[in-house]
Design a protein around this ligand. Structure first.
Ligand code: LRH
Ligand code: MN
Ligand code: MN
Length: 388
């Protein structure tokens, strides 16, 4: 069995992965949203489910909210509820994609009234962050156009800068804005924030408290995502990850499921660039569980990130640097692959037990009775928001 050094275990001990509240709601594709028994009926129940993931893995101490999907009357009560269950509220995600007013844009809209409405939504999100104790406001924009000539792309960039500046000015001293990019969908011809370069340009113009969010599912097939990770870390502008995996589009599948090797390559660059256990770089999941059970889906996800982090930490960087310097192509590649091929699961299981956690969190959750309980107790769970 591979053993993990005290340094590696120390790095793993500090790892924290934020869960998205919407992973616990029902979601689907534009063809069908399948209802899953036991689905939470309100944000309080979503937090309770997220707390189960942390309880069994020790890996997921915070939960991200999405406004308006997680609107409640009393955010202080939601915060206390989370803390009572051993977790905290994390990133607040804004939403300017489910209102008819935003058909042709929100923060980029030509009409000042609509643009102001979208800005005000973000200011309201920051008000919520003040109550929940959240640090990050995450902005993903569903804005762009479908046909060449439909819009003045440059004017939209200018309006985006103006809108983001107003939002940025409202941030508290310890709050941040992270701007997420996505190369397509729901707009298909042009997207206002399609790539890391555009996100970088926009956040760089705002200031230190604005960073880029990299969603691993938001790139064209074949994109070298680890190169982007390297570059953003080098520039000090990688604010957060939305982890998930994709085969074809924005699939939001379990991280590390579609392409474990890609996850390894990304985490190698995270470690190389000082992004691991760095408070400036938030690890989050952005996933939806359409056909599988949601809590074990999230448990599987955080374990996948942990396992791949352990493998990235096992990379013999000294030997790799020597091989690279000597231009020994095959040796360098072999050293890299050696780390990827290690099965760290038995060592992690043993280590979990030493920390009072279950050796097998998936099995322990299945045996806990929680799933049966929520399936019996909850009737009429809500959708994650997509079909709402
Ligand atoms: C849309 C999206 C995006 C956001 C999430 C809330 O693509 O998946 O990644 O982070 O919705
Ligand atoms: Mn995302
Ligand atoms: Mn997405």
């Amino acid at each position: 069995m591979t053993t993990l050094s005290p340094e590696i275990l120390d790095a793993l001990e500090k790892q924290a992965i934020e869960l998205p509240s919407w992973a616990f709601g029902n979601s689907g594709t534009r063809f069908k949203v399948f209802a899953t028994p036991g689905t939470p009926r309100d944000p309080f129940e979503k937090i309770a489910d997220a707390a189960q993931v942390h309880k069994h893995t020790g890996l997921a101490p915070t939960v991200a909210l999405h406004i308006p999907w997680d609107v409640v009357d009393d955010y202080a009560a939601l915060r206390r509820h989370a803390e009572d269950l051993g977790v905290a509220l994390g990133t607040v995600n804004s939403n300017t994609f489910q209102d008819d007013d935003y058909k042709f844009g929100a923060l980029t809209h030509e009409d000042d009234r609509i643009r102001r409405k979208a800005i005000d939504h973000h200011l309201a999100c920051i008000d919520i962050m003040d109550q929940t104790g959240s640090r990050d406001l995450k902005i993903w924009l569903a804005e762009g156009s479908n046909y060449p000539g439909q819009n003045d792309m440059r004017a939209r960039q200018d309006r985006l800068h103006d809108s983001l500046s107003t939002i940025y000015a409202r941030l508290g001293e310890n709050q941040r804005l992270v701007l997420e990019y996505k190369f397509f969908e729901p707009s298909f011809y042009h997207t206002d924030v399609p790539d890391w370069g555009t996100s970088y340009v926009q956040v760089a113009a705002l200031g230190e408290k604005a960073k880029v969010c990299l969603d691993t599912g938001h790139h064209a097939p074949g994109t070298n995502i680890e190169f982007i990770v390297m570059q953003l870390l080098r520039l000090g502008k990688l604010g957060s990850f939305d982890f998930n995996s994709r085969f074809y589009a924005d699939d939001d599948l379990i991280v590390g499921a579609a392409d474990p090797f890609q996850l390894f390559r990304i985490l190698v660059e995270v470690v190389r660039g000082g992004g691991l256990n760095n408070p400036d770089v938030a690890f989050m999941l952005d996933q939806c569980h359409n056909i599988e059970k949601k809590i074990p889906g999230q448990i599987r996800s955080v374990l996948n990130v942990q396992e791949m982090t352990a493998r990235a930490l096992l990379l013999d960087r000294e030997a790799l640097a020597q091989a690279q310097t000597a231009n020994d192509v095959l040796a360098a590649n072999a050293i890299f692959m050696d780390a990827f091929q290690v099965d760290v699961r038995p060592a992690l299981a043993e280590w979990r037990v030493s920390r009072g956690l279950p050796a097998d969190p998936m099995a322990e959750y299945a045996a806990s009775g929680y799933q049966e309980q929520i399936e019996a107790d909850r009737v009429g769970g809500v959708q994650a928001g997509w079909g709402a």
